[in-house]
Design a protein around this ligand. Sequence first.
Ligand SMILES: [Zn+2]
Ligand SMILES: [Zn+2]
Length: 118
Amino acid sequence: MKVCCHDCERTDVKLVERPRTIRSGMKNTVDVCVCCRNKWYKKHDLLLPRYNFTCPNCMFEQSADTSVAMRMGLNSGHGSCMNCDVFLHLEIIPDLKGSEMKATFWSNFIDKKPVGGR
Ligand SMILES: [Zn+2]
Ligand SMILES: [Zn+2]
């Protein structure tokens, strides 16, 4: 059985499901490659299910699921680094190719008092 991406018709890719939440007139569960899925998410202005980020503490690269708040339009989430366990604030970077989050230390995010601005 030949398995290929519905959009780019490549056969050497890992296939994933398109999101079910969107009615596009197409079958929602058609299989596409990750790359095409990301394009598709962008086209429909959706958040990706996961974003990559780099821990500012240990520089470990990892990815995180989008939070409920993010899906509701509030670009703010949090999580712990898989590697060093530091607690982080996460924010989706809206430009770029759209698959990155910005991670900052949670403590910096919480006391965002202007430093030295007396
Ligand atoms: Zn594809
Ligand atoms: Zn870390």
